[in-house]
Design a protein around this ligand. Structure first.
Ligand code: G6P
Length: 608
């Protein structure tokens, strides 16, 4: 969602804040703003549109300030206009607030504050925070923030400055990530470490309902009830290179091309080839507890939910443990049956998705074990679960998730093998799967070498407005994910379907204007998928097939075919998704879309 960055130190704040905002822009990008503290008081600049527009506006201003806060927004309440952009000010323009999250009781707070004579200038929920803090402010900003937040329902990551305190930022969180970065005679706050990584890799993750009082020399953390907290400093291992584009035109393409190495990272040290099994030490479960698992629930959102669906096939097929896949947003609001042997895995790249986090909390409330499959180390889900597995994909910046998806599948495969070997699976079968898995990174590399062919295919199809994506078995979720990638970044309508279901509805849509992308691999349903292709062709639609290398039957039946290397059926989504990611990417480029910041989307959805 929104991005927050703050600086307090001896250097000029504006360039540091703008650079931080640019790194956070993937979180939200419909408006941006900055507030800095100067001898003259609070200086503010904000605008609808991207950070580049804000940067331009600031060019002639020459702000010398060494303390400031900045924000890039993903609108929840109020349109993305100049007025609704953050920061928001109190009546006297002394206090500035930036906010990520949603203040659920903002209407009643606003009415209360209006009655007390406050004037509002925006349609946002955030503005109530500025006025509420003003209401309680005498001379202690931190105290006023604490008291104000005790009246607030909802989620927030906030940073606040006040013109009476030119060397102070107050930050707080509840449900929206916030870190304090420790520098040398300077300190930072940010919604995400990538914003401040250039300056420091020493950070403290705030916990819910904690308030940090940050000056250039030190920071103190308390709870909102004013109980002192000892900060736990963590060292971030991500490098600056990892969060830059490295010569690629877009983060998404860079991340697609990283998949050979990110898959290796997901598997490194986790395969025990000799015994045909895997090691997942982070699960933190005893042998007996692992044996006791008789049901697995995989819960997630978006792309991670598609990875969960693939996980369902893998765990049921290999380990014969029943699996349910649940949208996290649904899980939290129904009464899922959780018994003694149920384990819930929350899958989340960011580890901050509000619905997935709520599902974790619901699981724990019901007394069950909640485990995480996350990318971002130290993220809220990673911290709140009882254990889990990091996917080690490195920072994913492109809003459309790519490398995190394949790494999630790799980890789910390791998990399936692990559970399977504790149950009925033989060493031989285990060895067969683990050695095929080890081949995957180089097979991905080979697919990526043929990426210009995908570009050529894209050039023939990018003007079409509707697509059907079909797959069967374990490649049905891959088809869903291929369709999602296309929707997200090219705004082309695309529907994913199990190939055989096509006859029950989607076939009505098929004509020469609706191409179909069909995953038609040499597996046990290959012949049936060929029949589906015939049905599509009979209705004059074009077909792009993803097929297995060495398949000689398919070429004559489809319009274009992209071959992927042969592997075990269980591992095919790790390969079939690569050309689909590239297809979406190239179509979106040809349509002139904003690849890394597609409209209306955000990388990390920290509101319900
Ligand atoms: C957003 C992103 C998606 C992502 C989903 C879940 O919708 O745009 O790319 O798949 O959130 O995110 P998570 O971080 O929990 O995997």
């Amino acid at each position: 969602m929104c991005g927050i960055v703050g600086y307090v130190g001896k250097r000029k704040a504006v360039p540091i804040l703008i650079e931080g905002l640019k790194r956070l822009e993937y979180r939200g990008y419909d408006s941006a703003g900055i507030a800095v503290l100067d001898k003259e008081g609070l200086l503010l600049e904000k605008t609808a549109g991207k950070v580049a527009i804000l940067e331009n506006l600031l060019k002639n201003k020459n702000f010398e300030s060494t303390t400031g806060i900045a924000h890039t927004r993903w609108a929840t309440h109020g349109e993305p206009t100049d007025l609704n952009a953050h920061p928001h000010l109190d009546c006297k323009s002394k206090i500035a607030v930036i906010h990520n999250g949603i203040i659920e009781n903002y209407r009643s707070l606003r009415e209360l504050l209006l009655r007390k004579g406050h004037h509002f200038t925006s349609d946002t929920d955030t503005e109530v925070l500025a006025h509420l803090i003003e209401e309680y402010y005498k001379d202690d900003l931190t105290k006023a923030v604490r008291v104000a937040l005790s009246q607030v329902e909802g989620t927030y990551g906030i940073a606040v400055v006040c013109s009476d305190h030119p060397d102070l930022i107050v930050a707080a969180r509840h449900g929206s990530s916030l870190v304090v970065g420790r520098g040398d005679k300077e300190n930072f706050v940010a919604s995400d470490v990538s914003a401040i990584l250039r300056h420091t890799n020493q950070v403290v993750y705030l916990e819910d309902k904690e308030v940090a009082s940050v000056t250039s020399k030190k920071f103190c953390i308390t709870t909102i009830d004013n109980v002192e907290v000892t900060p736990q400093i963590q060292e971030i291992s991500w490098t600056l290179d990892q969060i830059e584009k490295g010569g690629f035109p877009h983060f998404m393409l860079k991340e697609i091309f990283e998949q050979s190495s990110t898959l290796q990272n997901a598997m490194r040290g986790r395969i025990n080839q000799e015994e045909g099994t895997t090691r997942l030490n982070g699960l933190n479960l005893l042998y007996e507890e692992l044996h006791h698992i008789d049901r697995v629930i995989l819960t997630a959102c978006g792309t991670s939910w598609h990875a969960a669906m693939i996980g369902e096939y893998l765990i049921e097929d290999l380990a014969q443990v029943p699996v349910e896949v649940e949208y996290a947003s649904e899980f939290r609001y129904r009464s899922p049956i959780i018994n003694d042997g149920t384990v819930v895995f929350a899958i989340s790249q960011s580890g901050e998705t509000a619905d997935t986090l709520a599902a974790v909390r619901e699981t724990k409330r019901k007394g069950a074990t909640a485990l995480g499959i996350c990318n971002v180390v130290g993220s809220t889900i990673a911290r709140e679960t009882d254990g889990g597995v990091y996917i080690h994909a490195g920072p994913e910046i492109g809003v459309a998730s790519t490398k995190a998806f394949t790494s999630q599948i790799a980890v789910l495969t390791l998990l399936a093998i692990f559970l399977a070997r504790m149950r009925g699976m033989s060493v031989e079968r285990g060895k067969e799967i683990t050695s095929a898995l080890k081949e995957i990174p180089s097979q991905v590399e080979n697919i990526l070498k043929k990426h210009s062919y995908i570009k050529e295919i894209a050039s023939q199809y990018y003007k079409k407005n509707n697509f059907l994506y079909l797959g069967r078995g374990i490649n049905f979720p891959a088809a869903l994910e291929g369709a999602l990638k296309l929707k997200e970044i090219s705004y082309i309508h695309a529907e994913g379907y199990p190939a055989a279901e096509m006859k029950h509805g989607p076939i009505a849509l098929i004509d020469e204007n609706m191409p179909a992308v069909v995953i038609a691999l040499k597996d046990n349903v290959y012949d049936k998928v060929l029949s589906n292709i015939e049905e599509i062709k009979a209705r004059k639609a074009k077909v792009i097939a993803i097929a297995t290398e060495g398949d000689t039957q398919i070429e004559d039946r489809v319009d274009q075919v992209f071959f992927i290397p042969k592997t075990l059926e269980q591992l095919t989504p790790l390969l079939s998704i690569i050309p689909l990611q590239l297809l979406a990417y190239h179509m979106a480029v040809l349509r002139g879309c904003d690849i890394d910041q597609p409209r209306n989307l955000a990388k990390s959805v920290t509101v319900e």
